[in-house]
Design a protein around this ligand. Sequence first.
Ligand SMILES: [Zn+2]
Length: 704
Amino acid sequence: MSHAQALLQKTFGYDAFRHPQAEVISELGAGRDAFVLMPTGGGKSLCYQIPALLREGTGIVVSPLIALMQDQVDALQQLGIKAAYLNSSLTIAQAREVEQQLLNAELDLLYIAPERLLNATMLSLLDRCQIALFAIDEAHCVSQWGHDFRPEYQRLRMLHQRFPAIPRIALTATADQRTRDEIISQLQLDDAQVFINSFDRPNIHYAISEGNNPKQRLWQFLHNHHPSDAGIVYCLSRNKVEATAEWLSQQGRIALPYHAGLPQQVRQTNQQRFLREEGVIIVATIAFGMGIDKPDVRFVAHLSLPKSIEAYYQETGRAGRDGEPANAWMAYGLQDVLTLRQFVQNSSADEVHKRVEHSKLESMLGLCELIACRRQALLAYFDEALDKPCGACDNCTTPPEKWDASVAAQKILSTIYRTEQRFGVNYIIDILLAKSDPRIEQNKHDQLSTFGIGKELSVAEWRTIFRQLIALGFIHSDAERHGALRLTEKCRPVLRGEQVLELRKQTKEDRLASDKPKKSPVRPQDQPLWEALRALRSQLANDSGVPPYVIFHDVTLQEMVKKRPLSTADMRYISGVGDQKIKRYGELFTAEIAKHPLNELLNNRLSATVNETLMLYKDGLDVDQIAAQRDTKSNTVYGHLADAIEAGLLDVREVLALDDDQYQAIVLTIESLEDESKGRIKPIYEALEEAYDYGIIKCVQASL
Ligand SMILES: [Zn+2]
C-alpha cells in the first residue's frame, strides 16, 4: 500500500485515501476484479488510475462519454501521467499515433469508447500489448432497466473471456439493487469484490417545491442563492430548454441551451463554455451531464419532474462534487404529473418495461409529496438507512404543514364517480366551482349534488389537491382517454370516510440552504488575494486550453488563500497540489501570494463583519465614516473595534482619541463599579453622567 500512498501524495497531492479507495486499489493491485458503487464526487477515478500506474502496462478505461475524454486526459497530463484517448473525434493519423504509443508501451492510461474497443482491429492490437487493467466506467449502461442503456456495453463481457488474466473494475455512481445484479451478471463479475459507498451527499441541500409559476420561482431561487454561480437547469422538452435559456439570458445571466436537437457543434461549444468559463448556467434536457467532471456546480434545478429517483439522484448529484455546499432544487406541478404519466403509458416499451417505468415514476412522485425527511427517503430507495432526519432538506428545515383533506378529496372523488369517470381535471374543477359551461349544462352535470360544493377553495388550491391525489395513486389519469380520470382501489376507504387523508399544505415560500444572501467562501480580508488567484488560474487555463479546475480546484485555492504559502516547499502542504503542479505552477502562485501580504491587523480569527470594519479602519476611516459606509450604527462599529482591542490588535488610546484625564476617568468608573455592573455598560454610562457613548466605554472595558 505504501506505493499507492506515495503516488497519492506526490502525483495527486492528497494526504489520505477516502473510503474505500485503498481497499479497491489493493484488490486490483492483487490482480482481482472489483465492482465499485460510489456517489458522484466520491473519488471514483482514483480507484482505477492508481492501480493502472502501479501495475505493469496500460490501464484501459472504457467510457461512453466521448465529449469528456479530452478533459479527462488533459487533467491527467497536467499531473504528469501519460494518458491518451481513442474515439471518433480523432483523425485517422491521430488515432494511429495513439495506437503506436500503446504498442510502444508509452501509455499509463488509455480512454476508449466501447464500440471502438470492441472492433476486431483494436482487440488484436490489445493482444499484442501489456494491459494493466480494464476499467468499465458508467457500468450501469449495461442494464436494460437503467436509464442509460447502451447495447454495446453488454458485449463488454467478452473482455473477461478474451483477457481472463487481466483484472477488471466496473464503476457506477447510481444503481439500485436490480441494476447492480444485472451489472454483475452481464459483465460476469461474479468473483469481483463489491464495494458500496454511502450514497449520502451531505453537502447537497434538497428542496422540492410544488405550485404555480415555476419560472418565477426559479428566478427567485437563483437570485437569492446563486447570483453568480455555475449550475444546471433541467427541463423535459427541447422547447422548454430553449425558452428557459433565452429567458434567463434576458434576465442577465449567461445561460446556454443543450439538447439532442441542437447541432453537434453548438452542443460542444456550450458544454465547453460551461466547463471553462465561470458562472455559466446550462439549461438542458437529461441528455446533458453524464460524467460531467466539473467540481464547482453549485446548483442543479429541475423545472420538470425526473422519471425516476435514480435519475433525480444522478442529476442532482452533479452539484457540489467538490464537497462544498450546493443546492438541489425542483419545482413541479399538476401538469408535470399528468405529462409524465402519459409519457409512460404512451411509451413503446413492452408491458414488463412499462410496469417498471411506472413503478419508478410512482416512487419519484412519492418523494415529491413526502412530508418526512427527503434524504432518508432517497437513501432508503438505495437500501441505505439513515437513522435520523437529516436536518438539511426542505422538509427538515421547514416541516410542511399538513391538513385533513378527507372532505375535499371526497368531493373530488365523488364528482369523478358521478360523471362516470369520463372527464379530466379542469372539467371536474368547473363542476366543483359551479362554473357555467355549455358542456356541463348539456351533460346535465349542473344538476349533480356536487355541483358548486367546492367554492371554499380556489382553482389553484383544487389543482394542488388533484396533483397529490394523482401522485399518491388515488386517481388515475388515463392517457388513452385524453386524460379522463379514473378512481383506483385505493380511494374506497377515503370515499367511505374510513380513512383520514392528510395532505401537504401548499407552502408560500421556499427556504434553502440559507436564507441570508450567499457569503463569499473566503474572509473579507482575503478577497483580493482570492480574486487574484482565480484570475491567474483563468489565464493559465486559457493559455493551455483546459478548464480552470484542471489547474486547481476552488477548494485548493481557498486553502492557499488561508495558509498563504510563500515557497514551493510550503506549497506541498496544500491539499490537491502534487509534484507536477508544483513544478508547473508553484512559483507563479507563490509570487502572486507574495504580492498580497496580509496586514497584521487583519491576521486574526475574528468574524467576517469585524474584519470588514477593520479593513476600513486600516484605510483611515473614522468610526462615523465606517458606520456610514457599512450602513450600520456607530455603536456596532465600536463593538467591532472593541473585539480587536480585546484581541490585542489595536491600542485603545489610538482608537478613541481620548486625553489622559478622560481615559483615567472611564477606567476608574469601570473598576469601581466592577461588582455592581457585572459586565453591563449601562451603570457605567450613567455613573459617567452620560458623557461618553456606550461604544467608547465598551472599547475601554475591552482594553482592561
Ligand atoms: Zn431531511
